[in-house]
Design a binder for this molecule. Structure first.
Ligand code: GLU
Length: 422
């Protein structure tokens, strides 16, 4: 099943459960607009290369389209469509007045120089310029994109329209109108959800083991918050490999990152400065990491990590999806049957877009909030979203993903109905 087929399967399941109006269901099955284009870029050696770019605008019934842009060699239309649909449901679960969209470029950014990356980004911006803007569609960072790249988009777009438009993207540098707290928001939001869940399940963080796949912006900030919150991180992975703490004492993500920067995390040891502990830390493969016995498994990297093939071997009690779409529909059904609680992406990672919404609001008002204000408001949104979803889970006696879809579908459908679709 391709990623878009996965999201459609989930949509169908939830639409049947909530008895969604069939006309609205029909509309929900396809994006409102698909942009697909070529981006010619002059490379450093003087030759021109053409890259494939996408922007999918899924649904804007509740507000302007919103969602990141990813740079990845495997980015394709089906993936971007799936991610755009997820953004629609995610914004509705968080109950922020935005729709859903997503963009992508098929590229391995590690193969590009900084100058090439900038020219590619500016080319992308020119290709979508008539379709984005603070009232239309607001991109943001996603896999392999960051504040620097968002800064180039703000600049190119502002040049094209002739005046500064900070609100055209979120996740940009503070000096260009970015928001305090945006960088850590997805991880921090995921941590709030974990806290709500622990309270609900009466779990003591100190007795809760956590395994994290992915130490990028999302995984790292989540790890930091979980460590501070007293959870025991017993294994972590980045794209190069994974380490496991056999003693279950718990790792400090700050030390791991320092080690990673200095010598590469994955040399089979766990090192702080010059001191290495090779006795208690074991190198494992990412495949093994996902199958470790633990309380909370946190896929925070790419989609389709838990599939029909490995779902049967997952031993975690809870899967907290900080990546988008890390569990396929087939795997989801298997995990549900095994009694593993899956906290879906559209709830667990909605902290990122929530602070993006705060950033956009600050840009529109041209007035900026303290980090404390941002974090307090984020905590409020996440807590409300968790309880809204949990209530639907109890109402329908269903899994958390279907419950989250129920919340989202009802909210987006209400807006569509108010617009006259019956
Ligand atoms: N890329 C992030 C996501 O998938 C953030 C999107 C945004 O802030 O617009 O949720």
């Amino acid at each position: 099943m391709n990623p878009f087929a996965n999201t459609l399967a989930q949509l169908k399941k939830a639409a049947e459960l909530v008895k969604l109006n069939p006309n609205i269901y029909e509309i929900f099955k396809t994006p409102q607009r698909i942009l697909q284009f070529s981006i010619p870029v002059k490379m450093d050696d003087g030759k021109w290369k053409v890259f494939e770019g996408y922007r999918v605008q899924y649904n804007n019934a509740r507000g302007p389209f919103k969602g990141g842009i990813r740079y990845h060699p495997q980015a394709d239309l089906n993936e971007v469509k799936a991610l755009a649909a997820l953004m629609t449901w995610k914004c509705a679960v968080a109950n922020i007045p935005l729709g859903g969209g997503k963009g992508g470029i098929k590229v391995d950014p590690e193969q590009l120089s900084n100058g090439e990356l900038e020219r590619l980004t500016r080319g992308y911006t020119r290709a979508v310029k008539d379709f984005i803007g603070p009232e239309k569609d607001i991109p943001a960072p996603d896999v392999n994109t960051n504040a620097v790249i968002m800064g180039w988009i703000v600049d190119e777009y502002s040049e094209l329209v002739g005046y500064p438009v900070p609100g055209v993207v979120t996740g940009k540098p503070l000096s260009l109108g970015g928001s305090l707290g945006r960088e850590a928001a997805t991880g921090q939001g995921g941590f709030h959800i974990l806290q709500e869940l622990s309270r609900k399940l009466k779990r003591d963080p100190k007795k809760t083991t956590v395994v994290i796949q992915g130490l990028g912006n999302v995984g790292y900030h989540f790890a930091e918050a979980a460590f501070k919150g007293g959870y025991k991180i017993i294994a972590v992975a980045d794209s190069k490999g994974s380490i496991y703490d056999k003693r279950h004492k718990g790792m400090n993500p700050k030390n791991i990152i320092q080690t990673k920067q200095k010598r590469g995390l994955m040399d089979g040891c766990y090192c702080v400065g010059a001191a290495c502990d090779c006795e208690h830390y074991k190198r494992v493969t990412t495949k093994q990491l996902l199958e470790l016995p633990c309380d909370i498994l946190v896929p925070a990297a790419l989609e389709e990590q838990i599939t029909g093939a490995n779902a049967g071997r997952i031993k975690a009690k809870v899967v907290l999806e900080l990546a988008n779409g890390p569990v396929t529909h087939e795997a989801d059904e298997k995990l549900n049957k095994k009694g593993i609680l899956v906290v879906p992406d559209i709830l667990a990672n909605s902290g990122g877009v929530t602070v993006s919404y705060f950033e956009w609001l600050q840009n529109l008002q041209n007035s900026y909030w303290s980090e404390q204000e941002v974090n307090q408001k984020l905590a409020g949104v996440m807590s409300k979203a968790f309880h809204d979803v949990w209530q639907q889970k109890e109402k329908y006696h269903t899994d958390l993903r279907t419950a989250a879809y129920a919340v989202a579908l009802n909210r987006v459908a209400e807006a569509m109905q108010a617009k006259g679709i019956s």
